[in-house]
Design a protein around this ligand. Structure first.
Ligand SMILES: Cc1cc2nc3c(=O)[nH]c(=O)nc-3n(C[C@H](O)[C@H](O)[C@H](O)COP(=O)(O)OP(=O)(O)OC[C@H]3O[C@@H](n4cnc5c(N)ncnc54)[C@H](O)[C@@H]3O)c2cc1C
Length: 382
């Protein structure tokens, strides 16, 4: 096996790192404080083609493989997991993966070109107040009326929900007594009658990127906007979530790499008892343990992406990868705060932002408990 990144991916990695180093990191504190990303950053990300990495070239994107996309996510996360990283992450992950994998030619031609350039933003809406981990249990209903569907229901916690132009909505279809798994996926445009962004929901971290509550009241969707077959939406939804998890793992790795860099630099320059704290064994061991977490998470993430690019079924491995990387991120963020002492806890030094961001990675796109269930099921039935 060759553990070096291919040249074109390494070149891409450097480009994204330069963007994050020059445009995002200098204002990361302001983004966190104001809970807003300047339009100039969104435009620069669009100019670099970052919104189109999942979208095939024939629709105006760059159609990158999973490994290259992971590397983009990793580098974006050096500037924090919220902000541009989360906006691009949700857009290029669950927001567009399902459209690319299961959309009809009509749907792809209609929506993908604007999504590839960032002129339109994507979101993915499955979660509801009564339905989180049990994705097959969605209560939002879509009823056929001739050549359209009427969607009724409420989604919440939807990343990019407030800014999205195109939202993949998972809704129950079929007769009232149809099986629990009779769900379908629809593409809903922001301007469709009956669709409304009810409110944004404040969060602990991921500042600069927002989640929103979305309501559907007799929201009219043409049946040409079905993604895949009616009643077959669950497999596509689970597939998009599984692929999206590799991107989340990549983001965890990027955030951990930054925290480790910051922790090493701080440990070398912070002097206590007349010596840099890097000379104390307790601090050195925290750095060593953090480095082990980062390297292990990176290897696992790259391997899973590499296997996906070779057409393997990586569903269980994607769960392992997201589980390990997110839990490692929690440990690394905790150690980074500890190494920085009080400075680690004070907002203006930026470490606590990562600590807040880390917490969500064990929850969204499938909690750690759900990942363990998926892994165990594969072990016991595979
Ligand atoms: C910042 C943020 C961004 C998000 N973005 C999106 C988005 O873009 N689109 C979207 O659709 N959703 C999104 N979500 C929702 C997110 O995916 C869900 O919150 C998550 O899947 C968990 O669902 P829940 O919150 O309803 O928790 P629940 O499913 O109610 O879980 C509560 C607890 O019970 C445990 N649990 C549940 N079932 C089991 C089981 N079978 N075995 C063991 N333990 C179990 C869980 O692990 C958890 O610890 C986002 C959430 C947040 C906070």
């Amino acid at each position: 096996m060759d553990f070096d990144l291919p040249d074109e991916i390494e070149q891409l990695r450097r480009t994204v790192r330069k963007f994050v180093d020059e445009a995002v990191i200098p204002i990361e504190h302001a983004i966190d404080r104001d809970n807003a990303v300047p339009g100039s950053i969104l435009r620069e990300a669009a100019r670099l083609g970052l919104f189109g990495i999942t979208i095939p070239e024939e629709y105006g994107g760059s159609g990158l493989g999973a490994l290259a996309r992971c590397v983009v996510h990793k580098e974006l996360a050096r500037g924090g997991l919220g902000s541009i990283c989360s906006i691009v992450g949700a857009h290029t992950g669950i927001g567009t993966i399902g459209i690319v994998r299961t959309g009809s030619r009509f749907v792809k031609e209609k929506y993908l070109p604007a999504l590839a350039t960032g002129d339109a933003i994507a979101a993915y809406a499955i979660t509801e107040p009564n339905t989180g981990s049990d994705v097959a249990g969605v209560e939002t209903r879509a009823e056929r009326r001739g050549d359209r569907f009427l969607i009724n229901g409420l989604k919440h916690f939807i990343t990019n929900g407030d800014i999205a132009n195109v939202i993949t909505v998972i809704a129950r279809t079929g007769r009232a007594n149809a099986g629990k798994r009779h769900v379908s996926a629809f593409l809903v445009e922001r301007g469709f009658p009956g669709f409304r962004v009810a409110r944004t929901q404040d969060t602990m971290g991921l500042r600069g990127s927002h989640i929103a509550e979305l309501t559907f009241e007799d929201c009219e969707v043409p049946d040409t906007n079905l993604l895949g077959e009616e009643g077959q939406g669950l497999a596509g939804a689970l597939g998009a979530l599984s692929e999206g998890r590799i991107g989340i793992a990549g983001r965890c790795v990027g955030a951990m790499e930054r925290l480790l860099d910051l922790s090493i630099a701080y440990a070398k320059q912070r002097v206590q008892f007349g010596r840099p704290i890097a000379e104390f064994q307790a601090v050195r061991h925290m750095l060593a343990d953090a480095s082990l977490d980062v390297d292990t998470a990176r290897l696992l993430t790259y391997e899973t992406a590499w296997r996906l690019d070779r057409g393997h079924d990586v569903r269980a491995q994607a769960s392992k990868t997201k589980l390990f990387a997110s839990e490692a991120f929690g440990r690394v963020a905790d150690r980074a705060v500890q190494i920085h002492g009080g400075y680690g806890y004070v907002s203006e030094f930026g470490i606590e932002k990562f600590y807040r961001d880390a917490r969500i990675t064990r929850i969204y796109e499938g909690t750690s408990e759900i990942q363990r269930d998926i892994i165990a099921k594969a072990l016991l039935t595979g």
